[in-house]
Design a protein around this ligand. Structure first.
Ligand code: SF4
Length: 258
């Protein structure tokens, strides 16, 4: 009886995303945005490079370049130079080009920017007009991304309402979610899974390790399989992963904001 009264008290908890924008509230770390790429001096730019534990920040003279695909969201650079870099609160950090993640200025709005509540749907890709079946492969993850992927099926995100289902068989899968950087023991299994999927097939790299190799710095999983969408973050949130899936199947447009 208690769960009935709790259910009545809480009402519907399922998000309306992507029909309406949804976010995690103040303090959420979506991505690090560069608000002013021109450091005061080469020394300041060099200090930012040295502070970054994952090598995500590089400099050209006194200008900084930040690779959101290599960033582990530790916040050291934001503490050091809050006028030059800051956390963008948007959950929509996925993109279709790896190069887009290297930012002299971020495509994502910084904290405090207004966000449109109305979403513009993308043009659905013809083969994915109906349900989409997703196969996940852990290619050497530390387990963080798996927790976030698992959350996609809970009542808050409820991806089944969007026709997105997880499948155990690659032969039934339209879309491959890959986590981890592609450790040697998983490279063959990753390729065999990809090869077993029917065409057309899509690949979404989830998390910093899959996008860039993370701390290993050896490169992401696009060394082994063709990647259609990159979802940076360490780990990316369930909303960010869902955004990446919707981007891949064409239900959202890139750079929509949100
Ligand atoms: S927040 Fe990202 S870019 Fe900044 S220091 Fe940490 S890993 Fe590097």
């Amino acid at each position: 009886m208690r769960w009935v009264t709790r259910g009545l008290r809480n009402g519907i908890v399922t998000t309306r995303y992507p029909a309406r924008a949804d976010n995690y509230g103040p303090g959420y770390r979506g991505a690090v945005a560069v608000t002013d790429a021109a450091a005061a001096s080469e020394e300041e730019a060099e200090a930012l490079c040295r502070a970054c534990p994952s090598g995500a920040i590089r400099r050209r003279g006194a200008r900084i370049l930040l690779d959101q695909g290599a960033c582990v969201l530790c916040g050291r650079c934001v503490e050091l130079a809050p006028t030059r870099v800051g956390f963008a609160p948007s959950v929509e950090v996925a993109c279709t080009s790896r190069r887009t993640l290297v930012v002299p200025s971020s495509p994502h709005p910084v904290a405090g920017a207004s966000q449109s509540p109305i979403r513009r749907p993308g043009r659905r890709r013809w083969p994915f007009r109906r349900s989409v079946h997703v196969r996940h492969v852990d290619a050497g993850s530390d387990g963080l991304e798996e927790e976030e992927i698992l959350a996609l099926t809970n009542p808050v995100y409820d991806v089944q309402r969007l026709g997105i289902f997880f499948t155990a068989s690659p032969r039934h899968a339209d879309l491959l979610l890959v986590t981890g950087s592609g450790v040697p023991g998983m490279v063959d299994a990753l390729w065999e899974t990809y090869e077993a999927m029917p065409q057309p097939r899509l690949v979404v790299a989830v998390g910093t390790d899959a996008v860039s190799g993370g701390f290993l710095g050896a490169g992401g999983v696009d060394r082994f399989v063709p990647v259609d969408v990159y979802v940076p973050g360490s780990p990316p949130s369930p909303f960010s992963i869902l955004h990446g899936i919707l981007l891949a199947i064409g239900q959202l447009q890139e750079g929509d904001g949100g």
